[in-house]
Write a protein that binds this ligand. Sequence first.
Ligand code: NAD
Length: 507
Amino acid sequence: MNVIAPDLAANARKYLERYNESGVLNQIDGEAVPAVSGEWFETMSPVDLAPLARVAKGGADDVSRAAKAAKKAFPAWAAMPPKKRQKLLHEIADAIEARAPEIAALECLDTGQAMRFMSKAALRGAENFRFFADRCLEAADGLALPSPDHYNVTSRVPIGPVGIITPWNTPFMLSTWKIAPALAAGCTVVHKPAELSPITARLLVEIAEEAGLPTGVWNTVNGFGEDAGKALTECPDIKAIAFVGESATGSAIMAQGASTLKRVHFELGGKNAVVVFADADLDRALEATIFMIYSLNGERCTSSSRVLVEESIYEEFTAKIAERAKKLKVGHPLDPETEVGPLIHPNHASKVLSYFDVARQEGVTIAAGGSAFDGPGGGCYVAPTLFVDAKSEMRVSQEEIFGPVLTAIPFRDEAEAIEIANSVEYGLAGYLWTNDISRAFRVSNAMDVGMVWVNSENVRHLPTPFGGMKASGIGRDGGDYSFDFYMETKNIAYATGSHKIPKLGGN
Ligand code: NAD
């Protein structure tokens, strides 16, 4: 039986109580408000499927009010001296850190993610604010591009009010990752959090305003994708949409935003490969492979959901993964020992479980897991699973399952490893394990993905570009790449003398 520290459970209940009383409200122009329609929806606990929170069901009217507030707040926010903006964003980071236990507990209860990972959610979120706070000072910087007759200088200006739409897997961290650069760039924001896990987004906007963020700069509208989300992508006052979620939703957003010529930034799905050559440090490769698929319940866009292993070591390496997968501690998200918690929602758990039937139909061997897990509370638990001897063209090797499920595929040589790695529609991340430096260079270059880690798991460094190729996304986040999205580059050409101006109609 899993044990939760009693003070942690009591505090978590206390944190949740507020949302039972007031409901999870929208935040528009500095005010906590219910939906204009007066409608609510309920979220459910992934642990025991009991009702968790009552949430304002925002729609087009709420989005329109929020966008107007963001438009009204934009000129002053964009004109704020960067030093002042930097200080404010650091104050938000301080306030996030001060409420780390609350953020961690609420994130665990709302999403089912384990405390051992969510205990760092506030720190990661605060780090995003601090990193972009310091970048405020150079956000407007450009280039000097002199020509013979003109002195050209570029600068960047914030694009305007932006819409940010986030998914449910690690909502707190992802919200800060998208919102911090937007604010640092001088944009104002309307945020539409995922309907399955809205609580920490509500807390985040409160923290920001309590820390001194001017009203209307950051607005949050809860609701479903097909109404509040869609309205945001169609709203003429919103100049750009930064979206994190499924590839199919990305396509829909692109179509919805077409008539208002929305600039879009997409971080979408993945079916990322970890490629393990026989010459690698296999102990480290094993740890990294296990971490990258079974941490965060496998509900992670950069999860290593395929492991491609060189034939000569395939049996031994996959046997070790299976042994470890069976020993992973599945349990209550608030139990500090838990390594894999319940998945977000029964519908998502059913989707993940349905792949066990697909695997059986495709003739794949299930070397670990392959069923639901009887966890505390009886919620959406899925046993950590390993499929072995899969072929690259099978559905279990091609489709994003987004759970603690790993597909192992053997390969003969380097060429086949690359072919299998690139055989999917996605192109987000790749992981490569080899001690041959020339091979590391060749294979990492040949992988059709936006990010490759060689002899490493996913270790983020905020100045580096984050994003995917193919169906995994459009655009990059991180460092200056974020400002390229949230800002317009403007060129100003100053004539340096009396160059010849073409004369028309003068004779
Ligand atoms: P989703 O696409 O179903 O939903 C994401 C958000 O989009 C939610 O807020 C939802 O309400 C909204 N939405 C849905 N339909 C919409 C529409 N028509 N218009 C506007 N908004 C709409 O994704 P999800 O199930 O919440 O999240 C899981 C997916 O997110 C996975 O595919 C995962 O790989 C991806 N993801 C990608 C990254 C990355 O950085 N590439 C990071 C995390 C998650």
